[in-house]
Design a binder for this molecule. Structure first.
Ligand SMILES: Nc1nc2c(ncn2[C@@H]2O[C@H](COP(=O)(O)OP(=O)(O)OP(=O)(O)O)[C@@H](O)[C@H]2O)c(=O)[nH]1
Length: 758
């Protein structure tokens, strides 16, 4: 997209008239690149739709997005996931693998509405990306494969959307497939999602003969040319239904419209009243505007979900979907965001994604909840308590960005210059405005904390789960170590679920992630985007360690360094506490007497020694959890340095931990497998071999849903194994449940294996 690049390289400043004259000049050069100049000015908030597309993997999100961009005039050619040239899947691996990994935000206009669209990934390893996107959306489109109905990942994402109260529209895609089945799909929305499907269209023709839809609101036929290979679907015919149409079709439409009207009346009192007063003689005579308004109210109240159908690949049905987004999904000011009223007209925005651009540094995606964002201004980051300068403001168009002079509430912006901001941070105009909002919140009784505490007025971010897998990562030569560190720093700011640490013994860099695919993708991105060929060690499970017994011990360190003699004696007691909960940390305290006696400097030295001991357990060097330590004595001879106090504490801790008996804790995952009944036995058999425990087996339609727990160590390569035992007829999701003590036999096997004895 040359146009966006031109604006940036032209060094456009934040000045409206300059922008205007660039637009005129630019427009005359490249009239086709962006058809809609509205994209550059702030639309009325009621015309904005912040939308996400969510679906099961391969349901057709990316293809549908590409069609939307094409019909809205943003792209001139139709991208194709199978050819690897889509706009939203701009990371190289996405193009190659044909999957969507990162949420790419795209802004475009449709019939005087601004649509900010976030494409969300479907793979389980990237649910954090979905969650992050849903936080900032006002509405969502759920795309289904009409031959499969509701699939496992849709359920997960649907639940996430419900958690954030996001109203949805459903799009039954792939109506061109011979196995596409409207009734089945509608039924699965009702049964599996427990939602009320409000069917707004019925398909014309089926399979290869699917040519269009009948709009039940307007009673119109929308017909596309049958041969999609020769036609881009931009032009389609709209006819009113007339009595000469096929009688069976007319009958079906009449029944479906009556069912629609009755359903909407059931869900919306205002519409029911209208029917009973003005249309009691003939419900069917209700006008389409009133019906559409009622469907909108039902959608916003999340009492029902409008259902449309089409085939994105065959270029049919996408324009009515765009119409439905603008007609039924909410504008930002129709959503309830608590904090907004406390900020009034002041800026309040949430950083929901960070990306790294080699030339421009970190690019931060912000959702603006209130106020106006302007480039070349300082903004305050409440979470980091820091003030940063934002240099440029852009509208995101996948990997192309258009510079703009200001952006108002309700929009999604891309900013340049915010170097400290990470995903989940709240950005406001100044420290004073945060304090003012906190005061308003307090006065309204909205918070219980201290008067004027800005911590109260932070938009809640996304919870980041603990990584469960790790492996070493090595650069090809030591000379590349600094480049690798830089690449990892950038990737971590983009993806908070990726953790990086250095092994204190070996000095090796360790990569910790959410799953096998997650680590593989990171590895791939380091190679492609940063040009570093790294070597990954074997993928390992992130175990933890704890102790079995309560122990008290003493240690003395007596060391002469140069002329100086350091002598310190430490006495402490360790005991196990709540070992299994995933978040159980370690704690320590001083006896009351020590608390009063020790200087702050020595207390800090003790704390440092304690923290480094907690990072590495005595058995295998994994972090410790579920331990409480009481420091009972610290005797120091004059001249002893604080570093020696820390060293003595660490040594004494190691002694105590060894005496207390080590116990390895392993991550245990909660597992959900959805499988056809005929393959249930094979899945259960396989699970038993993986030390799995079955908690429940439920029925869902013709499928069985197995709920259980299984140690993560046994789950490497599970997706391939499951595919094999079920001939591809199962889906699963895996999530950290708890840490459990390993039995002595398994623990010994692990110790031998890690010690190189097996
Ligand atoms: N028959 C048919 N195939 C389609 C249709 N839409 C998409 N596909 C195909 O389905 C496959 C998946 O499409 P995508 O658009 O990549 O699906 P996605 O949901 O974005 O996939 P992820 O990003 O991996 O989650 C591709 O091979 C598409 O060509 C459709 O309307 N009909």
């Amino acid at each position: 997209m040359i146009w966006g690049r031109y604006l940036l390289t032209a060094g456009l400043q934040s000045c409206r008239c300059r922008l205007g004259c660039h637009i005129r000049r630019q427009y005359s050069f490249l009239p086709d690149d962006i058809k809609s100049l509205r994209a550059l000015v702030n639309p009325d908030i009621s015309k904005i739709r912040n939308i996400g597309i969510m679906a099961h993997i391969d349901a057709g999100k990316t293809t549908t997005t590409e069609r939307m961009l094409y019909y809205s005039g943003y792209t001139r050619a139709l991208g194709d996931v199978d050819d690897g040239d889509t706009v939203t899947d701009f990371l190289a691996q996405e193009r190659e693998r044909g999957i969507t990994i990162q949420s790419a935000a795209v802004t475009f206009d449709w019939k005087s509405h601004r649509i900010n669209l976030i494409d969300t990934p479907g793979h389980v390893d990237f649910t954090l990306e979905v969650e992050r996107a849903l936080r900032v959306l006002d509405g969502a489109v759920a795309v289904f494969d009409a031959s499969a109905g509701v699939e496992a990942q849709t359920l997960t994402v649907w639940r996430q959307a419900e958690k954030h109260h996001v109203p949805c529209v459903c799009f039954l895609n792939k109506m061109d497939k011979p196995a596409a089945n409207l009734e089945f799909s509608i039924d699965s929305i009702r049964q599996k999602l427990k939602a009320n499907p409000v069917l707004l269209q019925i398909p014309i023709g089926s399979g290869k003969n699917f040519t269009g839809v009948i709009d039940l609101i307007t009673n119109q036929k929308l017909i596309w040319k049958p041969k999609s290979t020769e036609d881009d679907g931009r032009v389609f015919k709209i006819h009113n239904l007339d009595p000469s149409d096929d009688a069976e079709l007319l009958q079906t439409v009449s029944e479906a419209r009556t069912a629609l009207i009755e359903m909407v009346a059931d869900l919306d009192d205002e519409f029911a009243e209208l029917l009973l007063t003005d249309f009691s003689e003939n419900f069917d005579a209700v006008n389409s505007i009133k019906l559409q308004e009622a469907v909108r109210r039902v959608t916003l109240a999340r009492k029902g979900v409008p259902v449309l159908c089409g085939s994105s690949l065959r270029n049919k049905g996408v324009q009515p979907l765009l119409d439905a987004i603008t007609a039924y999904l909410p504008a930002p000011n129709e959503r309830h965001h608590d904090l907004v009223r406390w900020y009034k007209e002041d800026l309040c925005a949430l950083a929901f994604k960070v990306m790294h651009d080699k030339q421009r540094g970190p690019l931060v995606f912000l959702r603006i909840y209130s106020g106006t964002l302007k480039p070349q201004t300082a903004v305050h980051n409440i979470n980091r308590n820091s003030t940063e300068r934002m240099s440029r403001l852009l509208v995101p168009f996948a990997d192309q960005h258009v510079e703009i002079p200001s952006l108002t509430a309700g929009n999604i912006a891309l900013t340049v210059g915010l170097k400290q901001t990470v995903t989940g941070d709240t950005i406001v105009s100044s420290k004073a405005s945060a304090a003012a909002a906190a005061r308003r919140a307090h006065n309204e009784g909205g918070t219980k904390k201290r008067h004027g505490d800005p911590a109260n007025v932070v938009l809640s971010g996304v919870e980041i789960p603990d990584p469960v897998f790790f492996c070493t990562i090595e650069p090809p030569t030591m000379a590349k170590q600094a480049d690798l560190e830089n690449a990892l720093n950038c990737l971590q700011r983009e993806d908070p679920s990726l953790k990086v640490r250095v092994d204190p013994d070996s000095g090796q860099t360790i990569l910790c992630g959410m799953g096998e695919l997650h680590i593989e993708i990171v590895h791939d991105r380091i190679r492609r985007e940063y040009g570093i060929e790294t070597h990954l060690g074997p993928l390992q499970v992130a175990y933890r360690e704890t102790i079995l017994h309560e122990v008290s011990t003493t240690d003395t360190l007596d060391r002469t360094v140069g002329e100086r003699r350091h002598v310190v004696t430490v006495k402490l007691a360790v005991r196990p506490v709540d070992i299994t909960s995933a978040g159980a940390s370690c704690e320590f305290a001083f006896t009351e007497e020590l608390e009063g006696h020790l200087s702050p400097e020595i207390k800090e030295a003790v704390q440092n020694g304690m923290h480094s001991s907690y990072l590495q357990g005595p058995l295998l060097g994994y972090p410790l959890q579920g331990i409480s330590t009481l420091v009972q004595g610290v005797a120091i001879e004059p001249g002893t340095s604080p570093a020696m106090v820390s060293a003595c504490v660490s040594r004494c801790m190691l002694k105590a931990l060894r005496l207390a008996g080590g116990q390895v804790l392993e991550p245990v995952m909660s597992l959900e497998v959805t499988v056809g009944e005929e393959h249930l036995g094979a899945v259960l058999g396989d699970l038993a071999q993986r030390r799995g425990t079955v908690r429940d087996i439920q029925s869902r339609q013709d499928d069985k849903v197995l709920l259980g727990t299984v140690p993560l160590a046994e789950m490497m390569g599970y997706s391939t194994a499951l595919r094999t035992v079920t001939s591809g007829n199962a889906t699963f999701s895996l999530e950290l449940d708890t840490y459990e003590a390993m039995n002595i036999q398994d623990q010994n096997t692990l110790l031998k294996r890690m010690g190189g004895l097996l």
